[in-house]
Write a protein that binds this ligand. Structure first.
Ligand SMILES: Nc1ncnc2c1ncn2[C@@H]1O[C@H](COP(=O)(O)OP(=O)(O)O)[C@@H](O)[C@H]1O
Ligand SMILES: [Mg+2]
Length: 219
């Protein structure tokens, strides 16, 4: 199963979602995590560096905390500009065959890489920040999803209260991840927040949200 995390707005929590979802699901499933964002947020969240080489998509991965992470590399920029969407979709599907679940973190736009990742997806998740601009972005995403015939599951980030908009192809679930310092502390150390709290606090608060998100996504 391919789970693509998407939202053309930056800073809403795509990378956070990808990283933590992959980490919690890897407890029970064989999980791959494809960083298809040239910025490489997922790559650094797992303590790795972006590859300074142009690599074929999916050609390199490293197992960290039981998640097979495909780091971002220079080749992604080329694919974003000149890539063939059908070819990228096929490569993503090939990569996913090695896993129970392949999670994909996408760039903050609806360009070649993001659209290919949406088309390849069995499930799409959108984190939504409850601010006017972010809500505008999710409405645009809804139109885009309608045009390609796909549904996304949206959940609320940076808030204690779940947002609920009545859209056609974006379905809001009752999950709200509050603001938490854990995300900032963990990203400074280059580990997923759910891993960080497991080791540091032994009380799983953040992880619970992503377990819930995994549950509604996989059902
Ligand atoms: N619930 C949250 N509380 C506090 N900080 C958060 C939360 N979710 C994400 N962040 C932080 O906000 C920033 C942007 O999140 P990120 O996942 O990188 O967004 P995107 O990938 O959509 O650009 C990151 O520094 C991340 O650690
Ligand atoms: Mg990101």
């Amino acid at each position: 199963m391919i789970i693509t995390v998407i939202n053309q707005k930056g800073g809403v929590g795509k990378t956070t979602t990808s990283v933590n979802l992959a980490y919690v699901v890897s407890k029970t499933k064989n999980v791959g995590l494809l960083d298809i964002d040239p910025e490489g947020g997922t790559t650094t969240s797992f303590g790795m560096k972006r590859e300074r080489k142009e690599l074929p998509l999916g050609s390199k991965s490293v197992n960290i905390f039981n998640v097979e992470v495909f780091p971002a590399h220079l080749g992604l920029l080329k694919l974003e500009l000149n890539g063939d969407i059908n070819k990228i979709v096929n490569i993503i599907k090939e990569i996913s065959k090695n896993f129970d679940i392949l999670v994909i973190d996408t760039p903050p736009n609806l360009g070649t890489l993001a659209v290919s990742s949406m088309l390849a997806a069995d499930k799409i998740i959108s984190p939504v920040a409850p601010q006017p601009l972010a809500l505008e972005a999710i409405k645009n995403l809804d139109s885009r999803l309608q045009s390609i015939g796909k549904i996304a599951i949206a959940y609320t980030n940076f808030s204690k209260k779940a947002t609920n908009l009545d859209l056609k192809n974006v379905k809001f679930v009752n999950i709200a991840v509050p603001q938490s310092r854990l995300f900032i502390d963990a990203s400074r150390l280059g580990v997923p927040a759910s891993r960080y709290e497991e080791i540091r606090t032994k009380r799983l608060k953040i992880s619970k949200y992503f377990e819930e998100l995994a549950k509604v996504t996989l059902e």
